[in-house]
Design a protein around this ligand. Structure first.
Ligand code: PRP
Ligand code: 7HP
Length: 196
């Protein structure tokens, strides 16, 4: 671990574990939506950028293997702004390309932590009258909740530590890792973000 990831305190989920679990979760999602969506009215996968890009890419391909009709759209929101704690203020940087009225929508997140972001997105999308609205998240850090929301489809419960990799960043670094690891606290306590 230390040779591969000198900035990591511990390994949380390795690549094979993540990939296996995504295939399993795609089965749950397929079972839930298979009677509801069709080629002419596909499931709308809303990828919440930036963090969810890698999870969404693997989940979408797992759903394609199961032949579930989907279309993908993207929204970009930000609230951590380079730190390890939410600012509590969610800023929208990019909105969906198309409307979602009357359509089944599944939001895809990398992590639900305080749930400020999920709360913001639920409120925003409910004003647009989807047929249904659910959330899939790679990680669920339940111990950190400030707003009591539950996630519909979860890959893994997350320990109450700051994790990076597989889409998750600290100050825009480490998203490219294949595995999910805990960042050594000295990296965010001492190192200026620009020097990481
Ligand atoms: C991260 C993550 C989630 C959110 C979860 O986004 O991708 O969207 O925080 O935290 P919360 O439950 O406390 O709101 P961030 O604002 O860091 O932007 P990013 O996706 O670009 O990393
Ligand atoms: C957001 C976030 N980003 C990276 N790692 C974590 O543990 C996080 N929690 N919330």
């Amino acid at each position: 671990m230390s040779a591969k990831y000198p900035f990591a305190k511990s390994l949380v989920f390795d690549e094979p574990t993540i990939q296996r679990r995504i295939v399993e979760l795609s089965g749950d999602i397929h079972r839930h939506y298979s009677g509801l969506v069709t080629e002419t009215s596909p499931l709308v996968l809303v990828v919440v950028l930036n963090g969810a890009f890698m999870f969404a890419a693997d989940l979408a391909r797992a759903l394609a293997d199961r032949k579930l009709p989907v279309r993908m759209d993207f929204i970009c929101v930000s609230s951590y702004q380079g730190g390890t704690h939410t600012t509590g203020e969610v800023r929208m940087l990019l909105d969906l390309r198309r409307g979602i009225q009357g359509q089944h929508v599944l939001m895809i997140e990398d992590i639900v932590d305080s749930a400020h972001t999920l709360d913001f997105l639920l409120k925003l999308f409910m004003t647009r009258s989807p047929a249904s609205l659910k959330m899939a998240s790679l990680l669920d850090k339940k111990a950190a909740r400030r707003i009591p929301l539950r996630v519909d489809f979860v890959c893994f419960d997350c320990p109450p530590e700051f994790v990076i990799g597989y889409g998750l960043d600290f100050a825009e670094r480490f998203r490219e890792l294949r595995d999910i690891v805990v960042l050594k606290p000295e990296y965010y306590m001492k190192a200026p973000a620009a020097k990481l």
